[in-house]
Design a protein around this ligand. Structure first.
Ligand code: URP
Ligand code: ZN
Ligand code: ZN
Length: 464
């Protein structure tokens, strides 16, 4: 290190969000790590002037699905295209999911998934272990996977027809094994019997318009599954993480469980905060089909209130994009349209615009749910989630001044439409840095090489 140039890079005079609050500070980077946070730092090979801009830690998306099989097709982003889109959204770590084929061990499914990300992902990554094929026969694998740094697991209480559902009878032994090893089970909570009987009833009556997707998967199905799962968690004393919470009823079921002492963590997604089921009534309503479905404006407001009150721990996107051609192929029939929405590029913009700039949540709270709490829950907080000395130099610089409109045309994933098309956006991404390297500068992706690394998790921590 030269005596004069103590930093490789200085990000100067930004409005920096740290655990201590929000302040005008400089951030010094050396050897891909944050080396100093303070005032009037100097001596750097490169300086970025961030005055008038926000400087946030690189964000963590807890929930993405790059190139996974859904119905008769695959989500259209792979790790390469999806990670570029992530970087344009200020996300420097994505937590995706393994895909377990019938008969495949969990270990093989995880290794296969990592092989798809390696040398392709431009941002850092890890995978949650999906338990879809006879999890009761895979219990022995769980402790070993946790030791190897895979300590978050995911089960579905629905999608039986797609061979992905965990039976309720199996859940206790799976949850107990994961919890005993210090792991965390993430649950897609929808009561499948209710969903299949409502779906059958609607289809028998010839009702396959997109709104019947929402009617076939009502909030009651989410609440019932949360209720059942949290009772099982209570008996075992296990922690449980609910993915993509979408409804007021689901939130109330979660609240009751927490009041009974269940250690329940909640994730919601931008689509449940700013969109609602009226989207399904439009001419292209089927393009918004995602599971759980978009809900009512009242559900949306209940989620915002919970977010503000600190009841929601993380926000992931559930990024699972399709092209309009993929969405349109079945003439809008809800049961055949591939479910999922793009969103990995929009999460920060939406939370900033409709959360912070609208006065609903504070800047530190936004950073908590987009980065800090995910880092702690998924055991990557030794490196990620915070602007602090010793952490990876993952930084997002956000210019809050421009007023723009969200448009798929200026986005970077493979989907050719955006569920947020035309919505107002307060501010614009200025730069994204991963481990000190600038990945995005203005409208340009400037990452020189594929820079993403696999992140091994230590055991998930309990949130304060
Ligand atoms: O419809 C969605 N969200 N597709 C991805 C799979 C899931 O349930 O998260
Ligand atoms: Zn899901
Ligand atoms: Zn998902």
């Amino acid at each position: 290190m030269s005596g004069r140039l103590q930093f490789d890079l200085l990000v100067r005079r930004g409005t920096v969000v740290t655990a201590g609050g929000v302040d005008c500070l400089d951030v010094g980077v050396r050897d891909a790590k944050i080396a100093a946070v303070g005032s009037d730092l100097s001596g750097a090979k490169q300086v970025i002037d961030a005055s008038g801009k926000l400087v946030l830690p690189g964000l963590i998306d807890t929930h993405t699905h790059m190139g996974i099989p859904i119905k008769d097709t695959h989500s259209i982003d792979d790790f390469a295209s999806g990670s570029v889109a992530a970087a344009f959204g200020g996300t420097t770590t994505i937590l995706d999911f393994s895909v377990q084929k019938p008969g495949q061990s969990l270990g093989d499914s995880v290794r296969g998934r990592l092989a798809k990300a390696a040398h392709r992902s431009h941002v850092d990554y890890s995978v949650h272990v999906n338990l879809t094929d006879r999890p009761e026969e895979r219990l022995e694998e769980i402790p070993a996977l946790i030791e190897q740094g895979f300590n978050s697991f995911k089960a579905f209480t629905t999608y039986k027809e797609q061979g992905m559902m965990i039976e309720w009878a199996v859940l206790p032994s799976v949850l107990a094994r994961i919890d005993a090893g210090g792991g965390l089970l993430m649950l897609h909570a929808e009561e499948n019997e209710m969903v299949t009987s409502l779906t059958a009833r609607h289809l028998a009556a010839g009702l396959s318009a997109p709104i019947y997707h929402a009617r076939s998967r009502p909030p009651e199905a989410e609440a019932l599954a949360i209720e059942k799962a949290s009772r099982i968690a209570a008996e075992i004393g296990a922690r449980l993480y609910i993915v993509h919470l979408s409804s007021r009823l689901g939130l109330e079921a979660s609240r009751r469980a927490k009041e009974r002492g269940v250690k329940l963590y909640l994730e919601t997604c931008p689509q449940y905060l700013v969109l609602d089921e009226s989207q399904y009534r439009g001419r292209e309503g089927h393009r918004w089909i995602t599971t759980p479905p978009l809900r009512s404006p009242e559900d949306r407001e209940a989620l915002w209130a919970a977010l503000e009150a600190g009841e929601i721990d993380t926000i992931g996107t559930d990024h699972c994009p399709f092209t309009s051609a993929q969405k349109d192929r079945h003439g809008g029939a809800f049961e055949r349209t591939p479910n999922g929405l793009p969103g990995v590029e929009n999460r920060l913009a939406i939370l900033y615009t409709y959360g912070v700039a609208s006065g609903r949540i504070s800047l530190p709270r936004m950073v908590q749910v987009l980065a800090g709490q995910a880092a702690r829950l998924f055991g990557i907080d030794d490196r990620k989630g915070e602007i602090a000395v010793g952490k990876d130099a993952d930084l997002v610089i956000w210019d809050p001044r421009p007023e723009v409109r969200i448009s798929a045309q200026s986005m970077h994933g493979n989907a050719d439409f955006s569920p947020y098309e035309g919505m107002k956006q307060s501010g614009r991404l200025d730069r994204t840095l991963l481990r000190g390297q600038v990945l995005v500068e203005g409208e340009e992706f400037v990452g020189q090489e594929v820079w993403g690394q696999w992140l091994a998790s230590s055991r998930p921590k309990t949130l304060k």
